[in-house]
Each structure stands twice: as C-alpha cells, then as structure tokens.
Design a protein around this ligand. Structure first.
Ligand SMILES: Nc1ncnc2c1ncn2[C@@H]1O[C@H](COP(=O)(O)OP(=O)(O)OP(=O)(O)O)[C@@H](O)[C@H]1O
Length: 650
C-alpha cells in the first residue's frame, strides 16, 4: 500500500470511529480511543487535515527550558544513559515539559532533516491539543505510560512512527515532564515495543527518584523496599520525613503505599511513618546512617508485608541518631533563645534554626502576618558567622513590579532611560557576604523567580545592562504567609525555586496557638520599655487574662501595638484590662475586602486609605497589620494610590 493510500485509510478509520464506533480499519485500544474522541470533540482537530510538526521559536524554547532548569540538570545523566541503549535501534529521545514542548533531545545527526520534519526534534510541540493523539500528548492527558504505535496516532502524517512515553511526576504527584523514545520506522506488530515501554518507564522512575533525592537532599529520607538486597541500591519507596517521622513528600510508589494504608491515607495533616508501618518513632531513628548493616525490617500496617528500610543521610546532617534515648543538647544562642519559652512548635523551629544558622542551606520561614518572620530571620543572621556583614530585607510585596528587577539586580550606568548616571548596586549585591531576606516571596512575579533561581543556582548576578556577571555569596532566607505548594499547583510559583529556597522550613505558629503566650507578652512589654527608655510597668491579672484570651489576628505585631497603646494610656505603672484597646476585649474580625465593595464605594480598606490620606503606615496601624499586608490587600483589590509615583506613598 502506498503511503498516501495508507493515510487515506487511516483518516476513514478515525472518522468512522468518531461517528459510530464502526469497526472500519484499525480499532484503537480504550486509552487511544479516548484520545481520538478528545481530538475531534474537544480540540476540533480534523483527521482529514494533517498538520506539519510545530517547532517553537528559540525564545519560546528557552522559556520552556528555564521553567524546568533544575530538573533538566538532574535528568541529564539518565537521559544520556537511556539514549545510549536505544540509539543503535533507531530511536531518538525526547524529554518534554508538562505542556508537551521538547526541552531536551538526542537523535541521529544523519537523519536530522527527516527527524525534524516528523517533529522528533528539539522544540517540537507534542501536546495532544496540537499534534493529536501521540505518546507524549496522550501521556500528559492520561498521566500514564503508553506506546502510541503507528496508526494509533491521530494525525495521518505520524502513522509510520512508533513512540513510547512515560510521565515523570514531582514529589507532590504533579506532572513535571514526559520521557519519550520514538522511531521513524518500526515493525508493524505493537508487541515489538513492549521492551521500549518497560525501559522508558524504568528510566522515568529513575529520573523521578533522582530528582526527589536531590530536592530533599537536606532532609532525612526513609527509603524502603520489599527486598532487603535492593533497599540501598534501588529502594522503590521514598519518603522525606521531618523530626517527628511525618512524611513531607513521597515518590510515586510511596504515595501509592500511603493510599493503600487507611490509617495514613485518612490522617489529618501529613501522615506519619508510624501510621504506615508497625513501629515507633525511636525504631526509625535507631537506624544507623553510617554503618554497613543499616537496614531494618518493618511490617506494613495494612497488608502485614515486610519492608526493609534504610535512612538516606541529609547533606546538611540534620538528623540525630537515637533521638528518644539521647536527646541533643542544644547550645545557647541568645538571639534565638530570646524568641520563645516553652512552646513545642517554637522549640522545634528554634532548634532547627540553631543547627542551621551557620550552614548555607536556604531557609523558608512560614507563618501568618506579624508572627515574627523577619525577627527570626534577623536572629538567624545575627547568630551566624555572617553577622558582621549586611542583613538586607526585601519585601517582594511592597516594591512595585516595575521596579523589582532593578531594585534586586541593580543596573549599570545608562542601562535604561531614567537610570541613575552611576548605575545602582542591587539589593542582592548589597547582601554579598551577608544574608538576603526575601519577605513575601509568594508575591514575586514569575519572570523574576526565574532570574532569582539562576542567582541561587550559579551564585552570580547580571545587573541590568551589564556585560559580565558579578559573583555573589549571600545566604538567602525567604518568608511567606502564603501556601506556596498551592501557588505551585496554580502555576504562580516555580516548583524548582521553592525547592531551592526550602532547604529547611521554619514554622512560626500564630500567637493564639502558642503555649508561651505569657512569655511573649512579657517580653514584648520589656522591649517596649527598654526601647523607649520608660519606667517599669506591670500587667495586672485582669489585663493579662484578656491578653491571653484574645485571638490576635495580627499576631505579635498587633500585640506590640496593643501594649504600646496600653502603656501610653494607663494610669500609674500598671496596665489594667480597661487600658487595653477595645479590639482586645472583643473579637476583632479579620479584614476581608472584595473588589465588589470597592465599586460600590463601601470598601473598608478604601475608606481607611482615604481617612489616613493614603499613609500606608497609618492604615497598617488602623488594621493592626503590617504595611506589606496593606500593599497586598491593595494589590488584590486593584487599588493604587493616586499619589503613587514609583515609591511608597509614605
Ligand atoms: N519574639 C518577639 N518578641 C518581641 N517582639 C517581636 C517578636 N517577634 C516579633 N516581634 C515584633 O512583632 C512585629 C512583627 O514582626 P515581624 O515584622 O518580624 O513579623 P512578620 O511575620 O515578618 O510580619 P509580615 O508577615 O507582616 O511581614 C515587629 O514589631 C517585631 O518587632
């Protein structure tokens, strides 16, 4: 049969399948059949109009590659190995991002023209929406490994190809990339590709696990397998765990094991290894890191099967051995010690901060507004060997988007109209040798996230307009009140930047949940008195019980304001309940505004802005929140100051 005739038959087969499922020509399997239907009914593709391969422009390709930069570095070794195995058999290898654009490619230079024409090339777009049913596009839609063999393809121009793809997922189960091997010609029998499918799946899993191990290299990883001999070399299940054995992330096999274990799958919050296996925390921490025989057996909670486990030591050696028996004696670090008394979450946070203060792992501080994220970041800096150098705090929510790039990276003279004649050293450069604190990191625009990632990965910055990069050595501490994992899922935050910033997470609990509230209240008052050079003042029991009962939506910042007010208004040197601001005695509703309110003219934020003549500091005090929070609300509601000329209005 000529190629043209074969293509004609193929178009007829697809049309008749789409119309009535009639058995004309090739009848696709279930998964391919679903894809054909999507192509016709959802994407409106016409099987009678074959399309040329689409290769994206160089610039677009660069953007797609940037978005998986760190992943590509990890994947490289696996990709090279797999290609080495299949090149002789006439396959090319494609690695695409989660949108189906080929970001890495290995193929035979001698067949370059034919391969490019067929779309087996760097930059080729293999999304199902464009290319129709194909291994990569359908793998993205179905999140399953598959072979799309010859006439399985939707587009008649592809019916001589055989393509096999497997998904690569990130540690949260989200599609990260697709690994594909394809050949221009192949035997007709589909089972000729069974080996290709198994091999591609195996390498996809190896790359996925390599990425997982890299992502969590600063954390303890519990690795297990049904075979004792394989745990160390290739244990199937990976779990990144915290000090309490809670699972922060797992690989695909690990997530499947959690779903098969009701106690773990149904646990509130993060499941723990003790819900997955019949064991206690001390059994896990008793696995030695650095001895020959470091494997222990555990019984799976629901199946009773035996699993053999080893611990992968974190690079920043965070773990202590035999924790329950020999709790670590933590050295005194006054700046950090002063931040809390006896609260379990704070104890853990400060313990981690102490251990990591002199290491250059990225720290991510999570906590509601006003919980003291900047105070903690400063305390880490002041307790570290970098304390003599600068601590530069950048509030990503407060700098207008148009200025963030020049503020952060700086520029050389004449870089753009309006630039200072001498150029400007950016904030990152100012932090050289010291600590760069990126507050409200969740508000950083995506394009700058990519540039920041490069700075972190390469240790150098390129000021705007500069010809050569400048080397930078600063420790980065980031903070946010937002849920970055959710932002990643929405595509608003780069997963690779998140992993790089998050060498360790320091959680700051809201004030209302802290067991040491009384200590915080006393130490805030002590600071106020010391800073203002005031005579001593004490808090009477009725005031203390009101302060302890309040829910503090603005956290410690609100407490500072409340005590400042009470100290200034109290009679004598004693604060009583009646000296406290009214909001501390009743429930102060958390501010929430909406765009609709703005247009109807009854927006409390807008009212406050007008009342305070757009002075953001005063508005922040009005709501007992920080200035960045007010900027964030303004951003969310599309409100900008009439006086705003590129700098904050106050
Ligand atoms: N442990 C503490 N003792 C005394 N005062 C504190 C403590 N922690 C924070 N504060 C005070 O609380 C206020 C808020 O702290 P900080 O700015 O660090 O919070 P934040 O979490 O970074 O806020 P935001 O999310 O709004 O940026 C500051 O006035 C700070 O001095």
């Amino acid at each position: 049969m000529t190629m043209q005739l074969a293509q004609r038959h193929h178009m007829d087969a697809i049309l008749s399948f789409a119309e009535d499922n009639a058995r004309v020509g090739h009848l696709p399997g279930e998964l391919i059949g679903r894809s054909w239907k999507r192509c016709i009914h959802e994407y409106g593709l016409d099987p009678c109009r074959p399309r040329n391969a689409r290769i994206v422009t160089h610039q677009t390709l660069r953007e797609h590659q940037d978005s998986v930069d760190e992943f590509l570095n990890v994947a490289r070794a696996g990709v090279d190995q797999l290609y080495g195995m299949v090149a002789q058999l006439g396959y090319v290898l494609l690695l695409t991002d989660h949108r189906g654009v080929t970001v890495q490619y290995l193929g035979d230079k001698n067949s370059d023209r034919r391969l490019r024409q067929a779309g087996l090339y760097l930059g080729a777009d293999w999304s199902e929406q464009y290319a129709g049913t194909c291994a990569v596009g359908t793998c993205i839609q179905e999140q399953k490994a598959l072979t799309c063999h010859r006439v399985d393809h939707f587009d008649a121009t592809h019916i001589e190809l055989t393509c096999t793809s497997a998904p690569i997922l990130d540690p949260f189960g989200k599609l990260l990339a697709v690994l594909d091997i394809s050949a221009l010609d192949s035997p007709h029998a589909r089972h000729s590709q069974t080996f290709a499918l198994n091999l591609t799946q195996l390498y996809a899993r190896m790359i996925e696990d390599a990425y997982f191990l890299r992502r969590y290299r600063n954390q303890v990883i519990f690795r297990c397998d049904a075979s004792r001999e394989f745990v160390q070399v290739n244990g199937q299940y990976l779990f990144a765990i915290d000090d309490n054995g809670r699972i922060e992330a797992s690989n695909t096999a690990g997530r499947a094991l959690i779903s098969d274990t009701p106690a773990a799958a149904e646990s509130e919050g993060r499941p723990s290894l003790t819900q997955l296996f019949e064991c206690q925390l001390r059994d896990i921490w008793s696995i030695p890191f650095d001895q020959e025989d470091q494997v222990r057996a555990f019984r799976h909670q629901s199946s009773g099967d035996t699993f053999f486990a080893a611990l992968v030591q974190p690079r920043a050696t965070l773990a202590r051995r035999n924790r329950d028996e020999a709790p670590e004696v933590l050295e005194n670090v006054p700046r950090l010690d002063a931040l809390a008394a006896d609260d379990p979450v704070m104890r853990r946070t400060l313990g981690l901060a102490r251990r990591l203060r002199n290491r250059d792992v990225g720290l991510l501080i999570l906590g509601e507004t006003g919980t003291g994220k900047e105070v903690l970041a400063r305390a880490v800096h002041d307790s570290s060997h970098r304390s003599k150098r600068a601590f530069v705090a950048v509030n990503c929510a407060a700098i207008p988007e148009s200025l963030i790039e020049s503020e952060l990276f700086g520029y050389v003279s004449g870089a753009f109209t309006g630039a200072r004649a001498k150029g400007m050293r950016g904030l990152i450069q100012q932090a050289d040798g010291g600590t760069l604190f990126l507050d409200e990191i969740g508000d950083m625009p995506l394009q700058l996230q990519t540039r920041l990632l490069r700075v972190l990965a390469e240790g150098e910055i390129l000021p705007i307009g500069a010809q050569s990069p400048v080397r930078i050595n600063c420790r980065v501490i980031a903070a946010t009140h937002q849920n970055l994992e959710e932002l990643i899922n929405k595509g608003a935050f780069r997963a690779d930047l998140y992993y790089r910033l998050n060498g360790a997470t320091l959680r700051l609990p809201p004030l209302r949940q802290r067991a040491d509230r009384q200590h915080v209240i006393q130490s805030v008052l002590k600071n106020l008195i010391a800073d203002g050079g005031l005579p001593d003042v004490r808090i009477r029991a009725d005031a203390m019980s009101a302060l302890l009962a309040h829910d503090w939506p603005g956290n410690i910042r609100q407490l500072v304001n409340a005590l400042t007010f009470a100290e200034a208004t109290c009679d004598g040197r004693e604060i009583t309940a009646s000296d406290l601001p009214e909001e501390c005695l009743s429930c102060h509703p958390l501010f929430v505004g909406g765009r609709d309110d703005v247009t109807s003219g009854s927006n409390p934020l807008l009212d406050a802005l007008n009342e305070h003549h757009w002075n953001i500091s005063r508005v922040a005090r009005h709501f007992n929140v920080s200035r960045p929070t007010v900027y964030r609300w303004m951003n969310q509601q599309g409100i900008s100051s009439p006086r705003f000329l590129g700098h904050s209005p106050d």
